[in-house]
Ligand binder design. Structure first.
Ligand code: NAD
Ligand code: UDX
Length: 475
């Protein structure tokens, strides 16, 4: 086998395919990297001249695109052509939770993985290494292998001398820090059963990553490790969030508790920020999938254990909506509320499973008029997430909840009774309190669900302040 990978094709130009291939192209300048997708609009955005129009916002991404696009990095919808030219193909397509049929609501919908495998089977030529980059249920490689080899087994079919090698190489990047995570990963995980193929992928990564960070293992362990890494991370968030409520009723402070326990090396300091519950496209669907797999194998206690991580996450979001309504005298009908932050975390335009969606929906259901501001999320995305058209003007005579997009913090605060911080964007730390407080209606509230800790400054302007996990209320 040829160890020198000259031509890579990545199927799926999303949050993983785009940034991960950009970083490979940036570090392997002699390798051609083609990122292909079915979605013409997405590909057009990847090719847009104005780099602020890229479909994904990630700090550091546009600089790499500027350096490599058109040189050894290309975005295209010519799937057949680029599959047939590639000696290594990454499958980086979406793997959401199944919405219907067997396993609906829990199992992963593999239809996009299957479609990609069929395309590879149809168009690939010669020896091809197929790399699972998507997060997949354990043993999916077996399914992919069957589909890929279906052509080669048919008599009288020109199989283009196909020979496939399958590797699992799950991606651990987090959105908002994707470029740094890809350039300096904690580890690279490669699962496979063919040493030459493993070495070929290793030779790509070793252009910028120290070899001792590359873990080589079998296919099933690699596939399962990705699900388990996400489950453990999400479990920490549910653990700290469950304690945030206990802090609030006992007078303790969640930040103090997190600091004190995090200093124990066995626990560690990271991923102990209490918040409105975890969002993002991965944690919920991967835990649901873990629960499904456990049930499938009859491991009901294990399934119930991980299900609880999701139950606490749901409870935390509901708890916050209820608490806001209660503090605002038990009703938000007709009240204007400023929602600050809609993405599921800072430094991304991604809103998938964002806790802001559930909290905003709850408040709208109760009759609130929301002014929503987010520095990177567009109003049409919010419209889709809330499944409710944006109001041009609020109807003061209607008790129905509504929402409107605000183009900055000041605009969102006009006539508002409360500022509700749902994402921890840096710009929220340097608010002009004088200016904002003059625009609001008294008594005015801050609900800080992200421990941004605005109390010192904001208190001077007469705000009532509720902070997640704080036993003490400020006013
Ligand atoms: P995404 O939805 O942003 O992108 C997937 C892309 O694949 C879409 O643009 C879609 O049009 C394209 N696609 C689907 N089927 C196709 C086909 N047959 N041919 C060509 N293109 C096709 O998804 P994502 O967030 O990039 O996630 C991709 C995978 O990576 C998932 O399995 C996810 O669990 C995993 N993952 C995601 C993250 C993350 O932070 N988003 C991190 C690690 C792993
Ligand atoms: C996650 C994993 O971190 C990453 O390794 C995997 O590849 C994809 O899934 P991502 O979802 O992009 O990444 O972001 P992450 O930083 O993990 O945050 C997920 C959610 O948890 C966000 O809503 C975030 O605000 C929340 N979170 C995170 C907390 O509430 N507290 C924390 O301490 C950390």
């Amino acid at each position: 086998m040829n160890y020198q990978i000259k031509n890579i094709c990545c199927i799926g130009a999303g949050y993983v395919g785009g940034p991960s291939m950009a970083v490979i192209a940036d570090n392997c300048t002699n390798t051609i990297v083609n990122v292909v997708d079915l979605n013409q609009e997405r590909i057009d955005l990847w090719n847009s001249k104005d780099l602020s129009n890229l479909p994904i916002y990630e700090p550091g991404l546009k600089e790499i695109i500027k350096r490599r696009r058109g040189k050894n990095l290309f975005f295209s919808t010519e799937i057949k052509k680029h599959i047939s030219e590639a000696d290594m193909i990454f499958i980086s397509v979406n793997t959401p939770t199944k919405l219907k049929g067997i396993g609906a609501g829990e199992a992963i919908d593999l239809k996009w993985v299957e479609a990609s495998s069929r395309k590879i089977s149809q168009y690939a030529k010669g020896k091809t290494i197929v790399v699972e980059k998507s997060t997949l249920p354990v043993r999916t490689a077996e399914t992919i292998k069957n589909i890929l080899n279906s052509n080669t087994k048919k008599p009288n079919v020109d199989s283009n001398n196909q020979e496939f090698y399958i590797l699992s190489n799950p991606e651990f990047l987090a959105e908002g820090t994707a470029i740094n995570d890809l350039e300096n990963p904690d580890r690279i995980l490669i699962g496979g059963d063919n040493n030459n193929a493993i070495q070929a992928l290793e030779s790509i990564y070793s252009n910028w990553i120290n070899k001792d960070k590359i873990i080589k293992t079998d296919l099933w362990s690699a596939e399962l490790s990705k699900l388990i890494a996400n489950a453990f991370l999400a479990q920490r968030i549910s653990s700290i969030n469950s304690i945030s409520a206990l802090c609030e009723v006992t007078g303790a402070n969640i930040k103090e508790v997190a600091n004190a326990i995090g200093k124990d090396k066995r626990i560690g300091e990271l991923f102990l920020n209490s918040g409105p519950g975890f969002g993002g496209s991965c944690f919920k669907k991967d835990i649901l999938n873990l629960v499904y797999i456990c049930k499938y194998y009859g491991l009901h206690e294990t399934a119930n254990y991980w299900q609880q991580v999701l139950e606490i996450n749901k409870w935390q979001q509901e708890r916050i909506s209820n608490l806001i309504i209660n503090k605002l005298f038990g009703t938000v009908v007709g009240k204007r509320l400023s929602i600050l932050g809609f993405s599921f975390k800072k430094n991304t335009n991604d809103t998938r499973e964002s806790p802001a969606i559930k909290i905003c929906k709850d408040l709208i259901e109760e009759g609130a008029k929301l002014n929503i501001y987010d520095p990177k999320v567009k109003s049409k995305v919010i419209e889709k997430d809330l499944n409710l058209k944006e109001s041009i003007d609020f109807d003061n005579n209607s008790e129905l909840g509504e929402w409107r997009f605000a183009s900055n913090i000041e605009e969102s605060a006009v006539d508002a009774d409360a500022l509700i911080f749902l994402t921890e964007w840096e710009e929220f730390r340097s608010i002009n309190w004088q200016n904002i407080s003059n625009k609001m209606r008294d008594p005015k509230w801050i609900f800080d669900t992200r421990s941004i800790d605005l109390s010192k400054e904001a208190q001077k302007f007469g705000f009532n302040i509720w902070m997640i996990g704080e036993g003490k209320n400020y006013s």
